[in-house]
Design a protein around this ligand. Structure first.
Ligand SMILES: [Zn+2]
Length: 94
């Protein structure tokens, strides 16, 4: 069953890539297994939330993504911040 071997290889690769990017091995393993080429590509292109620049909501203090316009916890409308919080995966500013 060459296809199954191929699919399994892609699933394994996708799972490993997903895990390296801080996501779930199992989820990317499934995605890459069902959609061998596309799944692996998606895993490669996937941006971890840890790579997002973040900022703190002035209303409730929740850490939200920089591009979020409204706080997901308290609904405060968020101006573009003066100070952004560095992504967890980066040490140096962009
Ligand atoms: Zn808030």
């Amino acid at each position: 069953m060459p296809y199954l071997v191929l699919a399994f290889s892609f699933a394994l690769a996708g799972g490993l890539v997903g895990k390296l990017k801080g996501s779930s091995f199992f989820i990317w393993f499934l995605i890459s297994g069902v959609l061998p080429v596309l799944g692996l590509l998606a895993a490669l292109l996937y941006r971890s939330e840890y790579d997002e620049v973040r900022r703190q909501c002035p209303g409730c203090g929740k850490i939200v993504k920089l591009h979020d316009a409204v706080c997901t916890r308290c609904g405060t409308e968020l101006e573009f911040p003066d100070v952004a919080i560095e992504p967890e995966s980066h040490v140096t500013p962009r």
